[in-house]
Design a protein around this ligand. Structure first.
Ligand code: GAP
Length: 518
């Protein structure tokens, strides 16, 4: 099945099973804004906890923060967002659709990359185990021709971005014959910059209202609290401050479901270091963050680093961790070496001294900063798209059945255990409920007595519940139940009193965090 169709199925699955809803759906929705349903909120909270614990619990020099969304308007002047937080946009005059010019060019580059991947896929099939991808890349004429196109496009595009040359960006779109996906024409407007921040008013008009912004990143709340945390926590360099919270951007291109939203959540950490040591720490966090992603076992081949061609105004090194979504490799997390830019700017605009006295060097300086910044919603999309599966199950009559299953990592799954009485009588529902009453303090359990056992299994496969427990007549005699594991569908008869330890072993965060504690 085409990746596009799989993605469509995933989106409807998220809605059908209470993971993600379009915001204000009864009013036909609000573009690029989404709500998380009863299972979505559980998964989101679990991902957030995994990030928080692996940052704050596992590093004694990383502490948390929860700063407000509203901040003094000068924060955004100092950070550079008022002047420079914009995207280049372009309109197609025929379809009246608006696009990010840089995204149109990146999509064109992805098309060349897809052609190379196709050639490699065909060759791998033809040559089997003896296939040498490196050699093929270096010798196949079609691959080489596409690689030249990628290199030329990248070089021209990088220069245009670095020079902020909007005329050249439009020229690239024309030269590469990039057409509007809706109208199919190349009737483009000029490229212009568009600031992504949402603004609103604080205070009433009588008092003299002033314009403030909805924060476009959580990072600035950390920078302006650097001194508070450093002094009250008696923190010594290197140390980090982590926070999660909402961020808002008036994105021009609202597409790909929860990948690019106008209201989203970030999980960010700023790590303050001695000037001159930033590259060492940049490599340290790059490595650690990649290990965190790969700890979910979605396959190392589905991740890659993408070094930035154009550095943001505050950075001296930057890379993205990209994941292979159904629509291709895209950024999930950014790791940036932000120099001392932000702290220096806040020092300049606030007039306060924002420095660190280093007792070992016996001198004061402005710390440098390594940032790790991951979108919680993108992480959610990573988890759910890697877990979504339609498995073919052979039936006795020779036909096949399709089982839709979310193979979520058990410790992230919303519901850990579902308990079913085989029938709604003979005291079986009471036993099922008593099991839940006993275990609900350990993990999220659900009771389900509707439909056949087979249908109940399928319902919980689709939700991603790792364990289903069935109470039957034998339970009344020997206090045993069957426990069925989601992925293997294997069933085992165990004692009720063993359930807690069997399930807890598989679903608790502690085991996962221990694996991460390198
Ligand atoms: N403080 C640095 C910063 O905000 P960024 O690369 O603009 O850097 C960091 O954003 C992460 O936030 C991205 O890697 C992505 O996961 C997430 N993100 C950014 N814009 C987003 C959007 N419109 N919708 C969902 N997630 C977004």
């Amino acid at each position: 099945m085409a990746q596009e169709d799989i993605f469509k199925k995933l989106i409807s699955h998220c809605k059908e099973y209470g993971y993600v809803f379009q915001s204000s759906e009864v009013y036909d929705g609000l573009a690029a804004v989404y709500d998380y349903g009863q299972y979505g909120v559980e998964l989101k909270n679990n991902i957030k906890k995994y990030w928080w614990d692996s940052m704050v619990l596992l590093h004694e020099n990383v502490v948390g923060l929860d700063s407000a969304i509203f901040m003094h308007p000068t924060v955004w002047k100092a950070s550079g967002h008022v002047d420079a937080f914009s995207d280049p946009l372009i309109d197609n005059k025929d379809s009246k659709k608006r696009y990010r010019a840089d995204v149109l060019i990146e999509d064109q580059r992805a098309k060349f990359e897809a052609k190379i991947d196709k050639e490699i896929g065909k060759a791998r099939k033809r040559f089997g185990d003896s296939f040498d991808e490196q050699q093929f890349r270096e010798t196949n004429q079609r691959v080489l021709a596409n690689q030249v196109k990628i290199n030329e496009l990248t070089e021209r595009f990088t220069k245009a971005l670095n020079d902020d040359d909007l005329v050249e960006i439009k020229q690239i779109i024309i030269d590469y014959e990039i057409s509007c996906p809706v109208s199919g024409t190349r009737n483009w407007t000029d490229v212009r910059q568009f600031n992504l921040m949402f603004s609103t008013e604080i205070g009433s008009t009588a008092e003299g209202a002033s314009t403030i912004y909805l924060r476009p990143e959580t990072a600035q709340g950390i920078f302006v609290n650097y001194l508070n945390v450093q002094k009250t926590g008696r923190m010594r360099l290197p140390f980090g401050i982590a926070q999660t919270g909402k961020a808002f951007r008036n994105e021009i291109v609202a597409r790909q479901f929860i990948f690019r939203m106008r209201e989203f959540e970030q999980m960010e950490m700023q790590f303050f270091v001695r000037p001159g040591e930033e590259m060492k720490w940049f490599e340290f966090w790059k490595d650690l963050r990649m290990k965190w992603h790969q700890s979910l076992n979605f396959g190392a081949e589905n991740y890659k680093f993408h070094n930035h061609e154009k550095l943001a105004h505050y950075a001296n090194a930057a890379t993205d961790i990209e994941f292979r979504f159904p629509f291709g490799f895209r950024e999930v997390e950014g790791i940036h070496s932000r120099t001392d830019f932000d702290l220096k700017q806040h020092e300049k605009f606030s007039g306060r001294k924002i420095q660190y006295f280093d007792p070992e060097l016996n001198e004061s300086y402005t710390p440098y900063v390594i940032e790790t910044s991951i979108g919680l919603d993108r992480m959610f999309l990573q988890v759910i798209s890697a877990s979504f599966d339609e498995e073919e199950i052979p039936k006795e009559n020779g036909t096949k059945d399709i089982r839709t299953v979310l193979r979520l990592p058990a410790f992230l799954a919303p519901v850990k255990m579902a308990v079913f009485p085989l029938v709604k009588k003979d005291g079986l529902p009471d036993i099922a409920r008593s099991i839940i009453n006993e275990l609900k303090f350990d993990f999220y359990c659900q009771y389900d007595e509707k439909d056949s056992i087979g249908k109940r299994y399928r319902r919980h496969d689709a939700i991603g519940t790792p364990f289903c427990v069935t109470v039957d007549h034998q339970t009344t005699e020997d206090q045993t139940v069957t426990i069925r594991e989601r992925d293997s569908m294997k069933q085992e008869r165990v004692k009720i009193e063993e359930l807690r330890s069997i399930i807890r072993e598989k679903v608790n965060f502690k085991n996962k965090l221990k694996d991460l504690d390198f």
